[in-house]
Design a protein around this ligand. Structure first.
Ligand code: ATP
Ligand code: MG
Length: 715
């Protein structure tokens, strides 16, 4: 590749605290010359100017936001000197190849290179005036005494312009990808006080940001943060347990979008190999790419993929800017990891898709791995315990992403501390685009899971999770969804008035006799209830069915059992408590529709997995008095906690309206003592019974007939 002639900016010094401000115009000129881009994106210019003025900088930009430009441009500004880039090996290979393509002198030093290549690079660095602009190294190399002394020499010659630490979250044990080798970078600030340090990450968790800045000892850094929204990515989750053949489903996705470039992430290397073989069977050109391959094979896979010889890579870490689909074949271990990996899609800003295949077994496997790690680490050191617990909490945020029916984009952004409205999504996630479908899948998934658990497995569908307390208990709630949910809530229209109103539109001959009028009224009433029935069928699509309530109660029951095993000393009875908790969920969101109800159940299950005995006793306090009662297996368990009483009152009230408007859960109506009251007949029932009685000889004047008339008036 031909070397592009340099276009350095005129600068007097490369020292820190140099107050020279590089103007936007000149920097844009450089950008256009070397990269062909019209202008800087987001906070790129701010970062570049801060660094060039000698200031430390912490730059938080979403995946694909253009972080590398923040150190690549400074490398091209100065006439001489090197920008040292510390980043994981996989990124080095990609970036160096891309820079060389553009004629920019960049190299990486790693154990994967032959010694002759390495020697050449060392010679270049040692030379009086290296033409090298960017040198990529791993954190492990920085830690070696030999390389440190080499860097010290370069710096002494005034040739170390900048130290950029990409993927800087790796330094934080709070991050999703902690690498102990990054810890060794802490000494860089004191070793090279005159060189600005730029830390870059796409990990937005505030704890991680703080940790990165402190661990790298950045001095008065300029902190730049951008929004994490990736508007060009459509987010979708598919449920493995509801698919007949997940491999063919994925193949169809990959085929239906044409021969687009895709990455499929798997949890393990063997899974990469296995999936790649499956995809090949379906006629999709794919290859596995992971650290388990030998260097030669890895390089050739990367080359084939970059040159579009193969469509799909099944990977544990890889990059290209026109990736259209990023698929997670297994649930990732945290939202941060998911965000970063899914963010590999659409780095060219064009429409792309993130598709996650969520499976109950995958979730259990990951939980097992994390719990095991937790066990081992807490044995080894108490200090690690918090860290390990955090991994489980992080993972459960990911579970929530998959199992909740609220906007996925909102969930991602909220996870990173950004409060946004779901309208931001503009229907670019499956939950916003097909809310009813997702709710249906989730319901099916719950049922599937309960059936599986009944089939012998001791585990439950959703256990686990983050600290959910009463205050933020409905973490799935969002006002936009609330509004849409309420549309489907049961209306309280006055049926009597509605029948009469409709009658007004019908024609009844003026000179009709009593019997004709009665027949007419009866037909009108039947017609009215027919249409009411159709209407309520429509509404019921989102209604919480009894079977959903029962399967939810089963889930809560399983979760409660696990909590009891975990905590040991719980006195509350399992059945009673599960019924109580289910009733609580139903009371809160039963009428809003199944999506919210479902989310609330999920949230309660997670709460059970982390709650303490005290919290549990507090919450179940309302049924403490009934703890001594024998357990009943029915959903209609007569544990009349306050919530339940409220319900039965509602049911009683609704029992005076016609049958089609009975309460959503008839079981509850019948569990109410007040349900023993005799049912009041509808108008038709009254007329029919009247007709039947007319045929019968009268027993007493005014007896039954009079009573019926009275009831009719009550209606
Ligand atoms: N100012 C710009 N205008 C247009 N495209 C740009 C600009 N800056 C960077 N890009 C392009 O955006 C893409 C993503 O850039 P880059 O790889 O630096 O992102 P990143 O923030 O490092 O993402 P990641 O977190 O995935 O590493 C690249 O193809 C890059 O060339
Ligand atoms: Mg990057």
């Amino acid at each position: 590749m031909m070397k592009k002639s340099p276009l350095p900016l005129q600068s007097s010094s490369s020292r820190r605290n140099d107050n020279h401000i590089y103007g936007k115009e000149a920097l844009v000129k450089l950008l256009r010359w070397h990269f062909g881009y019209a202008d800087f994106r987001g906070k790129q210019l701010d970062a570049i100017q801060a660094i060039l003025s000698g200031r430390d900088c912490f730059c938080l930009m979403p995946t694909g936001g253009g972080k590398s430009m923040c150190y690549q441009i400074p490398a091209l500004v100065k006439k001489a000197g090197i920008v040292l880039v510390v980043c994981p090996l996989i990124d080095q290979e990609n970036q160096v190849a891309a820079l060389k393509e553009k004629g920019i002198a960049a190299e990486y030093l790693s154990s994967t290179q032959t010694s002759s290549v390495k020697n050449k690079i060392h010679e270049e660095i040692d030379s009086g005036r290296p033409s090298l602009r960017l040198l990529y190294v791993t954190p492990e190399l920085i830690a070696t005494p030999g390389f440190m002394s080499k860097l010290t020499k370069i710096c002494a010659r005034g040739l170390l312009n900048l130290i950029a630490i990409d993927e800087a979250h790796c330094i934080s044990s709070w991050g999703h990808d902690f690498r102990p080798s990054y810890r060794k970078l802490s000494s860089l600030r004191s070793h090279f006080p005159s060189v600005p340090i730029l830390a870059l990450t796409a990990t937005a968790a505030p704890k991680v940001q703080k940790d990165v800045i402190e661990s790298l000892c950045l001095q008065d850094p300029l902190v730049l943060k951008s929004s994490f929204n990736r508007p060009n990515i459509y987010y979708e989750v598919r449920y493995k347990d509801l698919l007949n053949d997940v491999y063919s489903d994925l193949s169809n996705v990959l085929k239906s979008d044409g021969d687009v470039c895709a990455i499929v992430y798997c949890l393990e290397r063997t899974a990469c190999d296995d999936l790649s073989a499956h995809l090949s069977k379906f006629g999709i050109s794919s290859a596995a790419y992971h650290a388990g391959l030998n260097d030669k094979l890895r390089s050739s896979v990367l080359e084939d993929w970059i040159s579009s010889k193969i469509q799909v890579v099944v990977a544990t870490g890889i990059d290209r800017k026109d990736v259209r689909i990023v698929c997670h074949f297994n649930i990732p271990k945290s939202m941060e990891a998911f965000y970063q990996e899914s963010g590999r899609a659409g780095r060219d800003q064009l429409l792309s898709k993130s598709l996650l295949y969520y499976g109950i077994d995958d979730r259990k496997r990951m939980e097992f791995i994390l719990r095991n790690a937790e066990g081992k680490k807490s044995k080894a050191s108490n200090a690690q315990e918090g860290f390990s617990k955090k991994s489980l909490t992080d993972f459960h945020q990911m579970v929530e992403y998959c199992e909740s029916s609220g906007c996925r984009r909102k969930k991602i952004l909220e996870n990173f501390g950004e409060q946004v409205s779901a309208s931001l999504c503009k229907k670019s996630c499956d939950c916003c685009k097909h809310p009813n479908l997702v709710a249906k899948y989730l319901e099916e998934l719950t049922t599937t899971s309960v059936l599986r658990n009944k089939g012998g497995s001791s585990q439950i569908f959703m256990s686990s999770s983050s600290c959910v307390n009463e205050g933020n208990f409905s973490e799935f709630w969002n006002r936009d969804d609330e509004a849409s949910g309420s549309e489907e809530a049961i209306s309280d229209s006055d049926d009597g008035i509605e029948v009469i109103r409709r009658l007004g539109h019908s024609k009844l001959p003026k000179k009709s006799g009593f019997n004709e009028k009665m027949d007419f009224l009866q037909r009108a009433e039947e017609k009215y209830y027919e249409s009411k029935h159709e209407q309520s069928n429509k509404q019921n699509k989102n209604a919480v069915s009894d079977s959903l309530r029962e399967s939810s109660r089963q889930r809560l029951l399983n979760a409660f059992k696990q909590a009891r095993e975990r905590l040991g000393d719980i006195k509350h009875q399992v059945e009673t408590s599960a019924t109580f908790l289910e009733n609580e969920c139903y009371k809160k969101y039963g009428k809003t529709g199944k999506s919210f109800y479902y989310s609330q159940v999920a949230s309660t299950v997670r709460w059970l997995s982390t709650t303490t005995s005290v919290e549990l006793t507090d919450r179940l306090g309302a049924i403490a008095s009934s703890a001594s009662q024998p357990e009943t297996s029915s959903l209609a368990s007569p544990t009349l906690d306050q919530g339940h009483q409220e319900h039965t009152t509602e049911c009683f009230e609704s029992s005076v309206v016609p049958k089609t408007l009975t309460c959503a859960s008839p079981i509850e109506c019948f569990s109410s003592p007040s349900a023993k009251l005799p049912a009041i007949p509808s108008f038709s029932e009254f007329i029919n019974s009247k007709k039947a009685k007319d045929k019968q000889p009268r027993r007493s004047p005014g007896g039954v007939e009079k009573n019926s008339e009275k009831r009719m008036k009550l209606q």
